[in-house]
Write a protein that binds this ligand. Structure first.
Ligand SMILES: NC(=O)c1ccc[n+]([C@@H]2O[C@H](COP(=O)([O-])OP(=O)(O)OC[C@H]3O[C@@H](n4cnc5c(N)ncnc54)[C@H](OP(=O)(O)O)[C@@H]3O)[C@@H](O)[C@H]2O)c1
Length: 344
């Protein structure tokens, strides 16, 4: 750790545990949840590495987490941030092979978060990056791309068409392009009319605009024509339920996000009995725990290849230095069509 300073700037969680609320990922004022501080640079334990940050991403999961509404508890006083890209500058016992490598990483609960000049995480949460993958793509290399690969794989086992909500999201765009490349027919749902053409250009067979007065009739017609049996849903609201009840026999509603905090009401219980319909969840953390390492490695390699050759890219809406997160995150998140990226 010769060139590593003793202290660093980090953005810390102000609260621990869960909030008990369900407000959704919108952030009105980041200072309610986060504070900037100078703290000791953490030391990697056995099997861990210390990473000097290049870029960290801001995902909806970060927003849910800092508000205490995610699937794991906050740790008060620890740096926030789940995902980033940086250089391994030190390692604990057993992880020395990663020193000197540029890696994509996700934070581990027994390490520290990515919204800091340095982060400690487990070596198994790091993916060495090919030189032709940019830092920005590296900082958004794991959470969304791995989820896209896993969920489109689920979809393609159940027919050639599938529905994606919040299709203007980074994950929605990745899944639309991947579906097209696999010869599938993605049906994209958006809430902004102006996004229709860009989704079609990415590979959507059809684009449904949720604010269109004819939305339900168009959903029913497209569902009859393309017979989508999987609905990959990041919004999970009443509009989602409308889509689900218009899908054919055997349809699966897979909820993987709760962008709208107002939950849906089920209106057609008979469809579960007579049409063999199902509601499920997907969480990448569970997928990683249940998928053999060799299969995960194939997914990692395919993800990097897609970013390296330009089939996938990360759209960036704003770059925010660490020192501006507390004051600037809420405004930065209002910009559409891309990720907020954090720089040291
Ligand atoms: N379960 C898992 O393992 C897993 C893994 C990765 C991601 N996710 C989830 O996947 C979703 C997308 O993540 P991302 O990083 O790709 O998002 P992102 O790029 O930050 O984009 C956010 C998207 O959400 C849309 N949106 C926000 N509130 C909405 C609402 N109330 N109704 C409809 N659309 C709304 C926005 O639409 P506009 O463009 O119209 O503003 C935008 O397209 C999130 O819910 C995230 O938590 C889950």
């Amino acid at each position: 750790m010769a060139d590593v300073p003793a202290r660093m700037t980090a953005v810390l969680l102000k609260e621990g545990g869960y909030s008990g609320k369900n407000e959704g990922p919108a952030i009105s004022d980041a200072s309610l949840y986060l504070e900037e501080a100078e703290i000791d640079v953490p030391t990697p334990g056995p099997g861990q590495v210390l990473i000097k940050l290049r870029v960290a991403s801001v995902n909806p999961s970060d927003c849910h987490f800092i508000k205490g509404e995610y699937g794991q508890p906050r740790q008060k006083g620890k740096p926030a941030g789940f995902e980033g890209c940086g250089d391994v500058v030190a390692a604990g016992k057993g992880a020395e092979a990663l020193v000197g490598q540029r890696v994509a990483f996700v934070a581990s609960p027994d390490g520290s978060g990515a919204w800091a000049e340095y982060a400690v995480t487990n070596a198994i949460m790091c993916i060495p990056l090919r030189p032709d993958v940019s830092d920005v793509d590296g900082a958004a290399q794991i959470v969304n791309p791995m989820t896209a690969m896993a969920m489109v794989d689920i979809a393609q086992q159940d027919g050639e068409s599938f529905i994606i909500s919040a299709a203007t999201s980074q994950l929605g765009k990745l899944m639309t392009g991947l579906g097209r490349d696999l010869g599938l027919k993605p049906i994209a749902m958006v809430r902004r009319e102006e996004a229709v053409e860009s989704l079609k250009a990415l590979g959507a067979e059809e684009v449904l605009v949720t604010t269109d007065p004819e939305f339900e009739a168009k959903t029913a017609a497209i569902s009859r024509a393309l017979k989508p049996r999987v609905f990959l849903d990041a919004v999970s609201d009443q509009i989602s339920e409308t889509v689900f009840v218009n899908m054919p026999n055997g349809a699966r509603w897979i909820s993987y996000g709760k962008l709208n905090p107002i939950p849906p009401k089920l209106t057609q219980m008979g469809q579960f009995i007579f049409m063999n319909k199902r509601i499920e969840g997907f969480w990448l953390t569970s997928w990683m725990g249940s998928t053999p390492p060799a299969d995960q490695m194939r997914v990692v390699q395919e993800v990097q290849a897609r970013f390296a050759d330009g089939r996938w890219k990360t759209d960036v809406s704003a770059k925010l230095p660490l020192r501006h997160i507390v004051s600037g995150l809420a405004d930065a998140l209002k910009k559409p069509d891309g990720k907020v990226m954090i720089t040291p």
